[in-house]
Design a protein around this ligand. Structure first.
Ligand SMILES: [Zn+2]
Ligand SMILES: [Zn+2]
Length: 356
């Protein structure tokens, strides 16, 4: 008897006081504890704001680019709206998104896991509202907002075609770099070719400065900045800056004459020119005002076939007319018959500027 009464007592202690089911500790059983404490919460509705022009997304008042698809964004938002208590072991979320209208999607969420040793399972629905708003970048661009103009000119001439093309390429590269690093407002709003050169209208001072510096680094010359006060906003003075880029009179690849000898320009800052003498390859520097004559650019050189060589004289064939011509080359020049060389016309003379 004492034995059976002991076991009755033990059974009484090890049941759930709420539902009477077995409970190892005699406290609330697993399923009653689950009912007592909600183990998850699920957002009813999430809002996603996208720019209809460029697809950027606004979150917490901040615009960022996104390459994600609508469904991917929706899943991410829904996932973040669901909270599961940390006691749930091995939680699993299954989300399926259905597009209801252009402005509205509906997500079905299935939640699974293990809580207090019991498998748990639940479902909820989250509504996704898609809202359209023009982003900071697009509204500035469409509102013709700008903070500066990069004006590209050349000293004593108009910028060459190839320089304009290079400048445009540099500007686009810088813009892409700014955008990739999250500088959304560093955009180019306009490029305008004028009779004097190229004007690039920019959305921020940072990109203006960067473009001007990169042009000078690539093409030589100098730039200066000219701020102009245009007003005040929220107690801050607003400036627009003109970045005045001046390409050098002579640039890389130009063939000039200094001290009676032709040389090919390697780099020009605007005051000083570094060049290579064509006759012997020696590198020299000269002030720009020491240039006696401009012959042309190596870009305009044409290809000639070498027909013979006699000492310092070589014979070549004019590529257009087939007329044989002769020209002088340096003693060290290793031009041989059968070779194609690049020649620039200097009036009646031919100037060899290099091999093909
Ligand atoms: Zn219970
Ligand atoms: Zn946009």
């Amino acid at each position: 008897m004492p034995r059976s009464s002991g076991s009755e007592k033990k059974i009484r202690e090890n049941i759930c006081p709420r539902c009477g089911a077995a409970s190892a500790t005699g406290e609330l059983c697993g399923s009653c504890r689950i009912h007592e404490n909600p183990w998850f919460t699920c957002g009813k509705r999430v809002v996603c704001i996208l720019c209809p022009t460029c697809g950027s997304r606004k979150e917490g008042g901040v615009w960022t680019d996104t390459v994600a698809e609508r469904e991917e964004i929706a899943r991410d938002l829904v996932r973040r709206s669901v909270q599961i208590v940390p006691e749930v072991a091995r939680p699993v979320l299954k989300i399926s998104v259905k597009e209801m209208t252009i402005n509205r999607s509906l997500a079905e969420v299935v939640l699974e896991g293990t809580l207090f040793g019991e498998p748990v399972h639940a479902m909820c629905q989250v509504e996704i509202l898609w809202q359209k708003e023009q982003c900071d970048r697009c509204s500035r661009i469409s509102g013709s907002y700008y903070e500066g103009i990069v004006q590209v000119r050349a000293s004593g001439r108009r910028p060459y075609r190839h320089e304009i093309r290079t400048v445009e390429r540099i500007a686009r590269e810088i813009e892409e770099g700014c955008y990739a690093s999250g500088e959304r407002l560093s955009f180019i709003s306009d490029t305008d070719e004028t009779k004097d050169g190229l004007d690039i209208t920019v959305g921020s001072q940072h990109i203006g400065q960067a473009i001007a510096a990169a042009i000078v680094q690539r093409l030589g010359g100098r730039f200066s900045t000219h701020p102009k006060l245009v007003g005040e906003r929220a107690g801050k003075r607003l400036y627009r800056i003109t970045y005045s880029v001046r390409l050098p009179r002579y640039g890389k690849g130009d063939v000039i004459v200094v001290n009676g000898r032709p040389g090919e320009v390697i780099y020009a800052s605007g005051r000083e020119i570094r060049y290579r003498e064509i006759a012997n390859g020696t590198e020299r520097s000269a002030r720009e005002d020491r240039v006696e004559r401009y012959i042309g650019s190596t870009r305009d050189a044409r290809e000639y076939l070498v027909t013979f060589r006699q000492g310092n004289t070589i014979g070549v064939l004019d590529p257009e007319t087939g007329t044989p011509r002769e020209c002088f080359v340096g003693r060290d020049a290793e031009y041989v018959p059968g070779q194609t060389i690049r020649i620039l016309n200097d009036g009646d003379d031919l100037l060899v500027v290099g091999e093909r």
